[in-house]
Design a protein around this ligand. Structure first.
Ligand code: BEZ
Length: 210
């Protein structure tokens, strides 16, 4: 069965470009951006790996560690990383899982047979420090992901956890957030002494700090 939001991210032990890892031990206490791509030495994937590496400081600022996966060997990954570094002008440091036998791809439902029987699609799992899956996203093979959106979702999840709020469409850090309908006006007044705007009884906006 496909993994769902709120599920515990399944654990695994595997070789990566940074050595053997036990996923839960590696990921514990931080947020994780776990993403698969179809194969090494492919063009879209090269740009995605490069972008993730270029954004290392942005992920670190959010206490989030990226980890990639494709169904190739550590040796293939290491050779490809040299190409990523040269073509994308970066120095890739995060681990890439070597899932040559597709065990982790199966565990995380990353192979969608109507797209390919052998290659993983572009799956994203954002996992919180307690190992809960907080976001899943699946992109087709021929469409590179939007990394601004990945950082924005991390910001939205972390702001939501911090303040018990929800975020509106196209929210960006600094924008007003939404008071969930489960919070009464009386409780909202206590929780948000800065005040809030009630557009409708179910649509209330408030400003919060990060
Ligand atoms: C790739 O670069 O990964 C890719 C490009 C086109 C189709 C499928 C995959």
């Amino acid at each position: 069965m496909a993994l769902r939001i709120g599920d515990t991210a399944p654990n695994f032990s595997i070789a990566t470009t940074n050595g053997e890892i036990n996923f839960h031990d590696w990921a514990k206490g931080k947020w994780t951006f776990f993403f698969s791509h179809p194969a090494d030495y492919t063009p879209v994937c090269t740009t995605e790996m490069g972008r993730t590496s270029q954004l290392a400081a942005e992920f670190a600022a959010r206490n989030c560690a990226p980890i990639g996966l494709s169904t190739d060997t550590v040796e293939a990954h290491l050779g490809w990383i040299e190409d990523v570094n040269v073509t994308q002008n970066t120095s890739l440091k995060f681990p890439i899982v070597a899932d040559a036998d597709k065990k982790i791809a199966a565990l995380y439902n990353m192979i969608h047979p109507s797209e390919s029987n052998t290659a993983t699609v572009r799956s994203v799992f954002i996992i919180d420090p307690e190992m809960k899956i907080r976001l899943t996203m699946t992109y087709p093979m021929a469409v590179g992901r939007n990394f601004d959106e990945i950082l924005r979702v991390l910001d939205a999840l972390q702001t939501g956890d911090q303040h018990g709020i929800a975020t509106p469409a196209d929210w960006q850090p600094g924008d007003k957030v939404i008071i969930p309908p489960t919070v009464s006006n009386a409780d909202a007044e206590k929780k948000f002494p800065q005040g809030f705007d009630e557009v409708k009884p179910y649509l209330r906006f408030v400003e919060v700090s990060k």
